[in-house]
Design a binder for this molecule. Sequence first.
Ligand code: ATP
Ligand code: MG
Length: 387
Amino acid sequence: MAAAKPSRRPRPQTEPNTQGPASVVPDDFYRHMVWNLRNGVVGVTRDGRIAVMNEIAYRVLGLKARPTDIGRPISEVLKDVPDVLRIVGSAFEVSHLPNRAELRLKGTGKVIGYTLSLVKDPRGRDVGATLFFKDLTRVEQLEERERLRDRLAALGEMAAAIAHEVKNPLAGIEVMAGILKRQLPESPDAQNILADIIKEAKMANVIVQEVLAFVRPIRLELENVSLADVISDAIAMADSHERRGAAKVVVDVPESLRPIQGDPHQLRQIFTNLVTNAFEAMNGNGEVGITATAVEGDEESGAEHTTGPTIVVTVVDNGPGVPPEVVDRIFSPFFTTKPQGSGLGLAIVRKIVDAHDGRIDVSERPGGGTVFRVTLPVRNPQQLFAL
Ligand SMILES: Nc1ncnc2c1ncn2[C@@H]1O[C@H](COP(=O)(O)OP(=O)(O)OP(=O)(O)O)[C@@H](O)[C@H]1O
Ligand SMILES: [Mg+2]
């Protein structure tokens, strides 16, 4: 007699067990879980439609979340992020799916690290693909900062050694030219030449002092600092450095802005240098705008790092802007496009921002000009910063 067939075959292992977890976990759970993940998820069906897309995915890709996107063709939903569209679209064609690959998004400039995987049904057929990604922009910035710090450390050691060697001979030239000047009171020609020598030696000495000041590690004297005060002092100092001409300055820094932990002297230097550059770029015309905004718990979910509350200060000018071919170099020491510039202004700015554990970035102002954005943490854990 044939053995009685079991009325129900046990389901293959790969098939979702609808009896078990479903009874414990409500249906919505998986949807909520995916929506709230701290990584971006884009799931697509074999016929090229969006099956799932979570909040972080929308945010990192710079797209607006619309519930109606589910079921729509990926070519429509992802059309503004062609790189992502291409990667997702290739999932069913390529033999090796990328795992831990990186991509810089053209639109937002964000860097994502991603993994692409296929969704298979119990019979092993490819029914869809999933793009799983993380915003690595902050990690990239930190790496870049680390690289710059290494470069500066090597450069700084060399500059300090040279500056040190040059200091004494320069002082000697100045002293000896002074002696000679006193010995030749009757010769107006010699007096003029010697006066020039003394002036040039003094100028060279100023540069040497600047270089030494730049390469010296910053020791922060932390206090509770009002950025409104710092910024108004910085504007006054920039005014005395450079002829502001008819340039307007518009400050929008709320008095109620909470104080930050920082070194007031160093912070003033940041904004003095930025405003001076803005005046120089605008050549006596135009408008500099300075705004400060508090950002509570800048928790960019999905980013590799989260930070506490910060204050973001922007310095905007409507000058000619930074030419794209030099924008990568403007923070490097000694990079300048000005005949009289030393090229240390922005390098010092960056060093001070770093010492405060902040961030600085530069972008183009729509309509022409430059935007420098300085993000400073309200609380500064660092007491000492060395290059
Ligand atoms: N607001 C700006 N608009 C346009 N270009 C800018 C602006 N700020 C900086 N730059 C560019 O960046 C370069 C480097 O600036 P940085 O302040 O480091 O040096 P500098 O102003 O040339 O010299 P220094 O500040 O030492 O007198 C400038 O020479 C200029 O080409
Ligand atoms: Mg400058």
